[in-house]
Design a protein around this ligand. Sequence first.
Ligand SMILES: [Zn+2]
Length: 162
Amino acid sequence: MDERQGAGQDRFRDPLVSLYEMAAEDIYVVCPRCGHRAINAARPTADKRVPSWPRRLSCTRCAYSASWSPRGSRESCWGGPVDPFFGLPLWLTVQCCGGKTLWALNRTHLDLLQEYVGARLRERGPQPGGMTLVARLPNWLKAAGNRDEVLRAISRLRASVD
Ligand SMILES: [Zn+2]
C-alpha cells in the first residue's frame, strides 16, 4: 500500500483490498462493559483467510477481555457498523449526509476512505473475481456533492483514535 502514498492527493487507484484484509489489523469496538474503546486483535494462523483467525478483545480502560474463535461461533456479519466477530458496535462510526452511517474498522480503513473520497480522479482497478472494498462503497459516499461533509466526518473519527 505504500506506493500509493507519493502519488499525490488527486488520483486514487483502487488498491484492490477487501474488507477481510482490513480486519487483519486491530479493530476498534465499543467495550461492552465500560463503553470506551476496546481493541479486537487478530491472532493470525497459517490459514490465509483473515475471517478464520481467532480474535482477542481487550479493553485497557476496564480490563474486560474476551476471545473469539471460528469454531462454534455464529455466522459473522460483514459490511456494516458492527464488529463481525464479537457483534459489538464499531468505535469508528459517525452519522453524516442526512442520517447515513460512516463506519470504519480501524485507521487503515479510515485512511483508505479518506484517500478515496478526497481524490478528484478515481481509477478503477482491474476487477478480478470478487468485489473490492472500494467497489462496494455506497453511492452516497462516492457522490461528489458529499465530499466535504464525508471528509469532515472522517476527520472527526480520526480524532477519536489519535
Ligand atoms: Zn472497558
